[in-house]
Design a protein around this ligand. Structure first.
Ligand code: RP5
Length: 175
C-alpha cells in the first residue's frame, strides 16, 4: 500500500498508475473530510493482472465496503474489479497521457455489460467518487448521513451567497 496510515479501511482507492494520483487525490481528500478510513494503492489491470485478481477477490474479506478505481486510456481496471468482486465499484475515468481526449477512458469504464455495473463519475471527477463512496457507506450510518446533508447545505449556501453578491453588484452598477 502506498498509504496505509488509516487503520481498518472501509474504502479502497486504487488507480492504474502513479500518474493517476494527482486526480485520485481528490477522492482521498473527500474521504478524509468525511473521516472515512481508506487505503490507497496502484493496481494495474494490464501490468499487474495477478495483483488485480487478488485485490478484487479479497477486498470484501478485508473489510472493504466500497472500491473507487481510477484509470485512463484503455481503462479496464474498474470493470475488471467489478467482474471479480461483489462490492460496489465507482469508476473514475482519467484523461491521462495515453488518452485520446478522455472519451476512451469514459467509454471503457461506462459501457459495462448487463450484470456487472460500475458507477461511473465524470472525467477526472475523483471528488465525486469520494462523495458517492461516502453516501453509500452513509446508508447505514445516520451520523455520516447527517454530515453529507450538512455538506450539501454548505454547497447550497455558497451558491446563494455568490448569487446575492452578484445581484448586489449588478444593482449597484445599475443605480
Ligand atoms: C492506465 O494508463 C493508467 O491508469 C494511466 O491512466 C495510463 C497511463 O499510465 P502510465 O503510462 O502513465 O503509467 O493504465
Amino acid at each position: 500500500m502506498v498509504d496505509n496510515a488509516k487503520a481498518n479501511p472501509i474504502v479502497s482507492v486504487v488507480m492504474g498508475s502513479d500518474s493517476d494520483l494527482s486526480v485520485m487525490q481528490e477522492a482521498i481528500q473527500m474521504l478524509s473530510y468525511f473521516d472515512i478510513p481508506y487505503e490507497i494503492d496502484i493496481v494495474s489491470a494490464h501490468r499487474t493482472p495477478d495483483k488485480l485478481f487478488q485485490f478484487a477477490k479479497n477486498a470484501d474479506k478485508r473489510g472493504i465496503r466500497v472500491i473507487i478505481a481510477g484509470a485512463g486510456g484503455a481503462a479496464h481496471l474498474p470493470g475488471m474489479i467489478a467482474a471479480i468482486s461483489a462490492l460496489p465499484v465507482i469508476g473514475v475515468p482519467i484523461r491521462s497521457s495515453n488518452s485520446i481526449d478522455g472519451w476512451d477512458s469514459i467509454l471503457s469504464i461506462l459501457q459495462m455489460p448487463n450484470g456487472v455495473p460500475v458507477a461511473t463519475v465524470a472525467l477526472n471527477a475523483a471528488k465525486n467518487a469520494g462523495i458517492l463512496a461516502t453516501q453509500i457507506i452513509a446508508v447505514s450510518d445516520i451520523n455520516l448521513l447527517n454530515k453529507v446533508k450538512e455538506y450539501k447545505e454548505n454547497l447550497r449556501d455558497e451558491v446563494l451567497i455568490k448569487g446575492s453578491s452578484l445581484s448586489n453588484d449588478q444593482n449597484k452598477h445599475n443605480s
